[in-house]
Design a binder for this molecule. Structure first.
Ligand code: IMP
Length: 200
């Protein structure tokens, strides 16, 4: 079965292909099909936004489409920036300005508890939908630490690893990260779905 990934990012494709390869499915990027869609993420949950993206690309391609949505939720900010993580502070900020803004908002807050959340969803042309969620619990640091990664990685500390995401190798991060967990859970959901279809 052929799937399209609702993304333009070849690294996301690689990550997904590695995890789904044992299911024998073919996955292409939306850009490889000439689909130039960036649907507005109008949902208030990660699940809604992942499905908005997956459905839009499924409708444009006629193929089952996989999309993800993720973000950082802090207890002190009532779950924020949450689904707004990519847009926190407005579109003109870069990753570093964005995490500095979050550090400022956290000043004086009693709780530094936070979790990264990722939801991976697939919309099928027959209307079926599957999705999986992964979470990684941690703390928001007081200053950025580490050189690797992207986004909020330097300020997200995973206590059991005693490292921020930005201090981890890709393998270390993948083992504990919200996205790694969501993708592995998604692979299980997809396998169950495909086996169920074969049995019908
Ligand atoms: P999305 O592309 O709408 O899912 O936006 C997710 C946003 O959340 C990204 O732009 C990052 O700011 C943030 N984010 C998600 N996952 C991570 C991660 O693993 N490390 C750091 N930041 C992340």
């Amino acid at each position: 079965m052929k799937f399209v990934l609702a993304s333009h990012n070849p690294r996301k494709l690689e990550e997904l292909q590695t995890i789904l390869q044992q299911l024998g499915v073919e996955i292409v990027l939306q850009s490889q099909l000439g689909i130039d869609l960036e649907p507005e993420e109008t949902g208030t949950t990660f699940e809604e936004n992942a499905l908005i993206k997956a459905r839009a690309v499924m409708e444009a391609s006629g193929l089952p489409a996989i999309a993800d949505d993720s973000g950082l939720c802090s207890e002190a900010l009532n779950g924020g920036p949450g689904v707004y993580s990519a847009r926190y502070g407005g579109p003109d900020l870069n990753d570093q300005q964005r995490y500095q803004l979050l550090l400022q908002s956290m000043r004086g807050q009693l709780s530094r508890k936070a979790s990264f959340v990722s939801v991976v969803a697939c919309a099928f042309p027959n209307g079926d939908v599957i999705s999986a969620r992964g979470e990684c619990e941690g703390r928001i640091g007081f200053t950025p630490v580490g050189e690797d990664g992207f986004g909020y990685d330097p300020i997200f500390l995973v206590p059991e690893c005693k490292k921020t995401f930005a201090q981890m190798t890709p393998e270390e991060k993948n083992a504990v990260s919200h996205r790694g967990k969501a993708l592995r859970a998604f692979a299980g959901e997809l396998e169950t779905y495909l086996n169920g279809r074969q049995a019908r």
